[in-house]
Design a protein around this ligand. Structure first.
Ligand SMILES: Nc1ncnc2c1ncn2[C@@H]1O[C@H](COP(=O)(O)OP(=O)(O)O)[C@@H](O)[C@H]1O
Ligand SMILES: [Mg+2]
Length: 414
């Protein structure tokens, strides 16, 4: 496996003619699936309930044994290797985290490393590293029990556990299906950030097409028995769905869904003058005057956006900022989708939102005008692509018809 300073990166997964028949069922649950998942990519399986997504996924780590077919990881046939050895290559995270309730967070995360025979100090360091990776303070969380955590925190621990033994492959079965929509958004953003650091091969199952668009480098739209209806990039599926089944899955509002494909990092993030709560009022005034803007963002002691202050607020502040200005209610990270950002700026009465870094610290601002311009450019580019694709199709159709006519005419003269 390729090793980098950050750990083991992704491996290629090949599924060849993979089939699962459950006893007593006339139809296979998964029927002859062949696909290649490239090292380091995130592939999302999306399809209706019961179409065989989980069964396909669980055959990759052999929680379910295939009836026939072959699975290989980085060229090695793993169809018959020891399942414990396979677990080291393949991390697994599921809905409702699947944590063992009688074990602490640290014990849960240590599970596979312990099975694999790591030394105690190495396991201890790894647990702390994993908690930090998923945004939980190791000192605070390692001794807690799952029931003492929120749903989102449990899910984070589930991801930490799946990654603990540094496997090249991560399988995730509707991992964010049981949390509320806002927490789900955050968990998705974090998975994107993690993946940019780790470059694992991730196979992610969901029935939510928006989630698939947001997370997938490629999406496999599956119909019954895991038949692949289309396996392509989100852009290609949105702009050229293969058939009516896929169109049905894409659903209405493809243009809006397109916004899930671009991130805040892709648009221009501007700087606003800032001050911190400890700055004297005079400094706040001076910054505002120097910048020539009408507004300044007040940060808390940890550098996180705290309050929007306008000139008028300062005039009325009369020596104290305690009651002046408007609290910051919403922020986005650079990994948030343009759709999330658009929602934030459209509900903000001044039409802007602060962008924050990994620890919630201020990094800039995006405003409604910037976003609208980017959205317009994106949709325009898509429209041109689709037109070009249409043009290519028509040309190849015309060429085929022409060749057939030539061939037909030739046949008659002989
Ligand atoms: N252990 C099992 N025994 C018999 N049938 C099963 C079993 N597990 C799943 N199935 C059936 O296999 C099909 C695919 O299930 P599953 O892979 O869980 O679908 P999905 O994850 O897409 O919702 C369904 O028809 C389901 O009823
Ligand atoms: Mg399932």
């Amino acid at each position: 496996m390729p090793e980098t300073a950050g750990g083991t990166t992704g491996a290629t997964i090949e599924l060849e003619n993979l089939t699962k028949r459950y006893p007593g069922h006339p139809q296979p649950a998964v029927d002859d699936v062949t696909m290649e998942i490239r090292a380091g990519e995130t592939v999302v399986f999306v399809g209706p309930s019961g179409c065989g997504k989980s069964t396909t996924l669980k055959m990759i780590n052999r929680l379910i044994e295939p009836t026939s077919g072959r699975i290989s990881i980085n060229g090695e046939d793993v169809t018959h290797i020891d399942p414990v050895r396979l677990r080291r290559k393949v991390g697994y995270a599921i809905q409702s985290s699947g944590l063992f309730p009688h074990m602490t967070v640290a014990q849960n995360i240590a599970l596979v490393p312990r099975m694999t025979g790591w030394s105690r100090p190495r396991i201890r360091d790894r647990v702390a590293e994993m908690l930090d990776l998923v945004g939980l303070d190791p000192a605070e969380f390692h001794g807690r029990y799952p029931r003492q955590l929120s749903g989102g925190q449990q899910q984070r621990v589930g991801v930490a556990r799946a990654l603990a033994a540094d496997p090249p492959v991560l399988l995730m079965d509707e991992p964010f299906g049981a949390v509320d929509p806002i927490t789900r958004d955050h968990l998705q953003d974090e998975l994107i950030r993690l993946q940019r650091e780790l470059h694992k091969t991730i196979v992610f199952v969901t029935h939510d097409f928006d989630e698939a668009i947001k997370l997938g480098d490629r999406i496999a739209v599956l119909r019954e028995r895991s038949h692949i209806a289309q396996f392509d990039t989100p852009e290609a599926i949105l702009t050229n769905p293969a058939d009516d089944f896929v169109s049905g899955f894409v659903g209405a509002g493809a243009a809006l869904k397109r916004l899930n494909l671009s991130r805040v990092r892709d648009v221009e993030i501007t700087d606003l003058p800032v001050a911190t709560v400890d700055d004297p009022l005079q400094t706040v005034f001076d910054r505002l005057r120097e910048s020539g803007t009408n507004e300044i963002l007040l940060l808390d002691r940890r550098g996180r956006p705290y309050k929007w202050l306008r000139r008028g607020d300062l005039m009325r502040a009369q020596g104290s900022l305690a009651r002046a200005g408007a609290l910051v209610t919403d922020t986005v990270t650079r990994d948030a989708t343009l759709r999330d950002a658009l929602e934030a700026v459209l509900t903000d009465n001044a039409g802007r939102v602060a962008v924050t870094g990994r620890h919630g610290e201020y990094t800039g601002v995006v405003d409604v005008q910037t976003l609208m311009n980017s959205v317009h450019e994106l949709l325009e580019a898509d429209r041109l692509d689709a037109l070009e694709h249409q043009h290519d199709l028509e040309e190849s159709r015309a060429a085929r018809t022409h060749a057939e006519q030539e061939g037909g005419a030739g046949g008659r003269t002989e």
